[in-house]
Design a protein around this ligand. Structure first.
Ligand SMILES: Cc1cc2nc3c(=O)[nH]c(=O)nc-3n(C[C@H](O)[C@H](O)[C@H](O)COP(=O)(O)OP(=O)(O)OC[C@H]3O[C@@H](n4cnc5c(N)ncnc54)[C@H](O)[C@@H]3O)c2cc1C
Length: 321
């Protein structure tokens, strides 16, 4: 089966989620896959993609692709589909990927297997498993008899595997005139250079149990000890205790880290929808009946104001050893 993978880069850095999708394509096809890489000044990034499974990289390196536009980036992916004629396209289910996938599908008149957490090939067809009902159940789906099968892959679920490989074949790609209806003029990033929860391997999150924004240092201490990103429940975001970029959940970011530590978070279904697939979940809550304990791998019932500093201290001591 022939795969094409969309490669997302921001500010000249390839997103790990795209490398995960590329490695998955190599695993499913048993050989190299093709990749499509749009942007400006990004040609040098293409060489490294072979380590993750790219045999051919279609590079569209143009001034008008410097900033993301859905029309421009979908145009590049569509042009790469035209050149490569793949059986399947994989796109990481990041904010950008979720914007691109349905647009490519609409252009090609096919459907999308969205946000898959498991993907396999059965009789030449992709079969994906995806969470439904806010993560309460999993549904298996395929793309029917579509000539082009498109799937978006949930970040941090599939491993990005680097292996020694010869340099990829680089194919310059011209998507033609783009003429976007809306143009991104500039991107303003937040002042803080905080680790993004959707990219992080470890997340420490705080909820209403922290009592007030003046108590973030309690959570930050553990976050820093673990080298983690800072997450939050919607309750504390809505209360204005922290910026929305930290929110995990149905209306926040969907994360799947190796370790998720929930401090003073009840575990409402909408929060679980965003973190329920984390590999190890640690819950710290004073209420033994809190729903978060139903999904937790490990739990401590108690006051976070006592427990969190102890855990942070223990982590620091273990790291010293
Ligand atoms: C449409 C919709 C979308 C939503 N989207 C999201 C979303 O994306 N993300 C999200 O998080 N929520 C979302 N919510 C809100 C969700 O339903 C909950 O209201 C929210 O998650 C609760 O946040 P919390 O756990 O911080 O607060 P609470 O539910 O108030 O829980 C606080 C917890 O802290 C514990 N606690 C208190 N003091 C201490 C202490 N000293 N030590 C230890 N534990 C303590 C309590 O026992 C309690 O379990 C959404 C709701 C709706 C309706």
């Amino acid at each position: 089966m022939k795969f094409l993978v969309f490669i997302e880069q921001r500010e000249g850095k390839i997103r790990k989620a795209s490398l995960e999708a590329l490695s998955l394509a190599r695993r499913l096809s048993g050989g190299p896959a093709a990749a499509a890489l749009p942007g400006k000044g990004i040609a040098a990034l293409a060489a490294d993609l072979s380590r993750y499974g790219a045999g051919t990289v279609y590079v569209a390196d143009r001034e008008d692709l410097a900033l993301y536009s859905n029309k421009g980036y979908v145009g590049v992916l569509d042009a790469a589909v035209g050149k490569e004629s793949p059986d399947a396209v994989l796109i990481a289910a990041t904010a950008m990927g979720k914007d691109i996938a349905p647009r490519l599908a609409a252009r090609r008149g096919v459907s999308v297997l969205a946000d898959v957490m498991d993907l396999r090939v059965e009789g030449g067809r992709l079969v994906g498993s995806r969470p439904v009902y806010s993560g309460k159940a999993r549904a298996e789906a395929d793309c029917g008899n579509a000539t082009l099968q498109i799937a978006t892959t949930r970040p941090n679920v599939f491993p990005a595997e680097a292996r020694e490989a010869p340099a990829p074949r680089i194919e310059p790609l011209d998507p033609g005139e783009i003429a976007p209806r809306a143009k991104v003029l500039r991107v303003e990033t937040s002042e803080s250079k905080e680790l993004d929860v959707s990219e992080a391997d470890i997340i420490v999150s705080g909820g209403r149990g922290i009592k007030g924004p003046e108590n973030w240092p309690l959570i930050r201490d553990l976050q820093q000890a673990l080298g983690a990103a800072l997450g939050a429940s919607r309750a504390v975001v809505d209360a204005g205790w922290i910026d929305h970029q930290h929110q995990v959940g149905q209306t926040g970011k969907v994360v799947s880290p190796t370790l998720y530590v929930a401090c003073g978070i009840s575990g409402a279904i909408q929060h679980l929808a965003g973190m329920g697939t984390s590999k190890v979940i640690v819950a710290l809550n004073k209420d033994p009946e809190a729903p978060i304990f139903k999904v937790a791998t490990y739990g401590i019932v108690g006051d976070i104001f006592q427990i969190v500093p102890e855990v942070a201290k223990a982590v620091r001591e273990m790291k010293k050893e």
